[in-house]
Design a protein around this ligand. Structure first.
Ligand SMILES: Cc1cc2nc3c(=O)[nH]c(=O)nc-3n(C[C@H](O)[C@H](O)[C@H](O)COP(=O)(O)O)c2cc1C
Length: 343
């Protein structure tokens, strides 16, 4: 890959239909991770766009708690991008309409997710094997809504059938407003490393904005990937788990070529506390306590090598206990000794 240089600040910022993004750093959709509290936090800390967790296109499942919680878009700052998943063009079109009516401002179609549950229903990245169906889906969804429709793909189904370039052209012809590409095939799942040559080739071929995704976990990496691919933005997934500061760090580096200072211990504590509060408020006490174990676990992952704190936190059953834990973590005499320091 070409040497890291900070991205050209003079380049036009990416546009998705009528929405101009404030910067080139996007939060990837991650089921079970990018819920409303996490999206809000990433936005506050510099993400130029956040994409919600996927909502199934099967409206018969929309009464479930999980779907209901994912379907509330109003009140969230814009532009609100909502991802839909499924394999049937008409069902996806209907899902797009319903989400637009519920406040979505961008519809994102999932053709990038390798999760079994989605793929067994021939959805997500499994769709990449059937280009005619891809075309039918894109055409139906774009026709169904007035708002822009974006697409997220992998580079193909497997090494032998890497058809992302053809799919990108299909997408552009179908009226897709922007394309996010994860630099792995479906078969690779999350193994190996993401490759960016295919993303560079796609960027050369289409004139819609292209977002590069896969294994971008540092500002320097973001700058390298943008330089190598010519992409309009980077999309960050796992690197943001327990590290929402990454967005401002990347944004700052791309804009100035200099590193943003790491968050102080005070800021880490304040962010974790606000995140915890938002999770309890969003999910209610019972579920909030459980969902928080995952997120707090990620914050601790790089700061708690012996996993002692994480194990303790996972045993807590009450929201008040979780707050008391944070207090102790940052103020107790043992906190620093136990390796709690800014990563
Ligand atoms: C826990 C998890 C859930 C994910 N859920 C979705 C999803 O719902 N829709 C989707 O398009 N991609 C999903 N992805 C894929 C991510 O959006 C992203 O493409 C992938 O993680 C690669 O980017 P990264 O290396 O920055 O994590 C998920 C990934 C993870 C780790």
């Amino acid at each position: 890959m070409r040497e890291a240089v900070s991205a050209q600040p003079e380049r036009e910022l990416p546009r998705i239909g009528c929405h101009t993004l404030p910067n080139r750093v996007i939060l990837a959709p991650m089921a079970g991770v990018t819920d409303r509290p996490f999206r809000q936090l990433c936005r506050e800390l510099g993400a130029g766009l956040v994409v919600s967790e996927m909502v199934t296109s099967d409206s018969r499942l929309w009464h479930t708690r999980k779907s209901r919680q994912r379907l509330i878009h109003r009140g969230e700052p814009g532009p609100r991008s909502v991802q839909i998943a499924g394999g049937d063009p008409q069902m996806l079109a209907e899902a797009a309409r319903m989400n637009a009516a519920a406040g979505a401002e961008i519809i994102d179609i999932n053709m990038g997710c390798p999760a079994k549950k989605v793929c067994n229903k021939a959805a997500g990245s499994a769709l990449l094997r059937d280009e005619r169906l891809v075309d039918d889906i894109l055409t139906a969804v774009v026709a169904a809504v007035e708002i822009p429709v974006t697409l997220k793909i992998r580079t193909g189904w497997c090494e032998q059938t890497r058809n992302a370039l053809r799919v990108a052209r299909l997408a552009e012809n179908a009226g897709i407003a922007a394309l996010a590409v994860h630099g792995r095939t479906r078969e690779q799942r999350y193994s190996g490393s993401a490759e960016y040559d295919t993303i560079a080739a796609i960027k050369q071929q289409v004139s819609i904005p292209v977002f590069a995704n896969g294994d971008i976990t540092t500002p320097q990496r973001a700058a390298e990937v943008l330089a190598h691919t010519g992409a309009d933005a980077v999309m960050i997934g796992r690197g943001a788990q327990g590290n929402p500061w990454l967005f401002r760090e990347i944004e700052h580096y791309l804009r100035t070529g200099r590193e943003h200072p790491a968050p102080s211990l005070e800021e880490i504590e304040d962010t974790m506390r606000r995140h915890l509060t938002a999770l309890h408020a969003h999910y209610g006490d019972y579920l909030g306590v459980r969902v928080a174990r995952k997120h707090i676990g990620w914050y601790l992952a790089s700061r708690d090598p012996r996993r002692e704190h994480r194990a303790r936190f996972n045993r807590l059953e009450q929201s008040a206990e979780q707050f008391a834990f944070l207090h102790e973590l940052f103020r107790g005499d043992t906190a620093i000794d136990n390796g709690i320091h800014a990563a």
